[in-house]
Write a protein that binds this ligand. Sequence first.
Ligand code: ADP
Ligand code: MG
Length: 619
Amino acid sequence: MPNHENVHFRPIVGIDLGTTNSAVAHIHNGKPEMILSPKGERIIPSVVLIDLKNNVIVGEDARSALVAMPDRSVSAIKRKMGLNEPVSIAGQALLPQEVSALILQELKSYVDAIYGEGEKEAVITVPAYFTDEQRRATKQAGELAGFVVERIINEPTAAALAFGLEHTDEDRLFLVYDLGGGTFDVSVVEMMSGLLEVRASTGNHRLGGEDFDWKLVDFLSEKIVEESDIDPRNDIRATALLKEEAEKIKMRLSKDFVVPVELPLVTVKDNEPVGISTEITREQFVGLIDGLLLETMESVSSVLKDAQISPADIEEVLLVGGSTRIPRVRELIQDMFAKSPRTDVNPDEAVALGAAVQAGLKSGALSDSGLVATDVAPFSMGISVLKEWMGLTKRPGGFAPIIPRNTTIPVTRTEKLGTSAPGQTEVAIEIFQGEHEWVKYNHRLGEFLLSGIPANFDKQEEIDVTFRYNLNGILEVSAKCVSTGKEMSVIVQDGLQRDSQKAFQESVQRLEDLWKNADQDLDDEELIDADWEEMEDLLDDTELDEFDIDNEQAPSVLHEEAVQLRERAVKMMAELDADGQSKARQVINSLDQAIAGDDLEHLRNVIDEATDALIDLEL
Ligand code: ADP
Ligand code: MG
């Protein structure tokens, strides 16, 4: 008999996996709350170090070692998420999602300290402009760290949730201005009868507080060049030291109007220490970074334009990200919106807290709040079509968006297309995301071939192409031949599950080895190289190029098609006369043989012949 008191909920947390800092939060007593590290930190640097004893160290200690052990540490890995390019750390090659998994594992240990061992669910945030690959890699990082990844949500949505929780009865528009260490993201978020919806979103994933640090590094370096005729930027350690100092100066300038700089040893010239002793004012600092800040304000204008509203329509501006502590940011916002931005949620914590709110909505811990979160598609998604060119000829490679940018998700949209040539029996569905009218300038997501279309010489055959985009930013595309009902689909998220499953297991193994190998001498270079070559092979396998045209379809797709045809032949048997049945049996036999064999070219031909034969039989 089920006993309600004994039902154990799987704990669910919200995670901000940031470029610079990461944090985890949960719902406690009906409110979002940060989960602290054993040292009491609310956020930790997203830096991973493998120390000399091969221990994996994440957070502040890893960050301090960045200068001393640059080839044993990795920072800002988020910038590489979604790329199949490994980074080298302590002589080992790790994929970006594997490095991220180490950060998430660290956060998970804080969660485990509260909830004990056992399964945990997580909502993880990503910038709104993350592509499908980047979202996929983020989800995988969570899984590698041992989380059940409940959902991937956009950071501005999470931020709005963090600010919006107590104000569900009022309808209003927010602007979320998120300036972190490495990313800038601005979104218009609408709260209506408890429904939270991102209306528009834009950003620059190459702009953040780090850039301000570098401006200060240049400023200090030029002073040193002037005074001592040596450029510290030519010395890696000196540069790293200046960068670290620059960040401290920058942070102090958010509070103070002038900050003294006393660095007796930055670099060495002719065996003599070279340093700097000066001061820098807030005004000077603003002079250095104002160009970058004005760029962010241009993005603000453009997101308002996208949402078709003016600054006066914005009820509240929410400041998110550590860099919004800079007073000049608040000034610029104040000037544009003629009102003070809201700063009542700690800007470093808002995203994690909001992810926890989303987690709470899912688990039921916040079911009374009346909130439901939706999101928007960050890019247009669509397919390649023939497109009129200069009003004269039709050229291939035109982009037909099926889900336009900023459409509220989850969403399902179907577009009707026609075959383009008489008698055409197959259509290549090429999937792209982006905003350009020609696909070659957009980002290619995948492709598949819908074949078995009846050869129709009189009119176009109708094809329904359906795009289904869910809240995790995962796209499923299907195409259906209307006259035959034949359908094929591809999930861009898990498109080649078998292969990515193999790669995933490899990743799990590598991470386990990392933990196991702590304290052991791991300089068996040959072993590492061998592992690496194997992994590269696997990565090649996971490329979507198996979907390339010229009949080079993925084996699984061809097999699936053959199996479907076989099923259809079996179903038809009942309605056929003896002659027809014998023909159908022949089709089934040849399909069976081709499926069992491994000659794909042959399978392709058999499928074509079988399709023709079955169509004849149906008529
Ligand atoms: P991310 O989202 O990129 O992980 P965060 O939101 O944690 O980043 O912001 C980190 C950035 O905020 C860093 O560049 C840091 O220097 C900057 N930052 C933190 N506190 C302050 C401050 N008081 N004044 C100015 N910048 C700050
Ligand atoms: Mg952030």
